[in-house]
Design a protein around this ligand. Structure first.
Ligand SMILES: [Zn+2]
Length: 91
């Protein structure tokens, strides 16, 4: 499956939120934690156990919410991203 890296930027202020390894050509609906490349702080959440331990994904600059934690397919953690809250930039 082809993969490419995307930068997710805040839709409101343009701040860098995270870098994501996207697989396939479908629409971006969820951000799986194990495909978030930057910032490295997300790595610690992967093993923290359960979506209740996961903070809401928000812009560090203006606090605009970007995504909400969800558990997908056998405890795989992800963020369901909020339509219109972010911008994508190909890397
Ligand atoms: Zn922002």
């Amino acid at each position: 499956m082809p993969s490419r890296n995307l930068d997710i930027l805040c839709g409101q202020c343009g701040e860098f939120i995270l870098r994501y390894r996207k697989e396939g050509s479908g629409q971006l609906i969820r951000l799986y934690l194990d495909r978030i490349l930057e910032p490295k702080s997300f790595a610690s959440f992967k093993t923290s156990g359960g979506k209740s331990r996961l903070p809401v994904l928000a812009c560090p600059e203006c606090n605009q919410p970007i995504g909400y934690p969800v558990e997908h397919e056998s405890n795989r953690l992800a963020y369901r991203i909020i339509k219109g809250s972010f911008k994508k930039a190909a890397r």
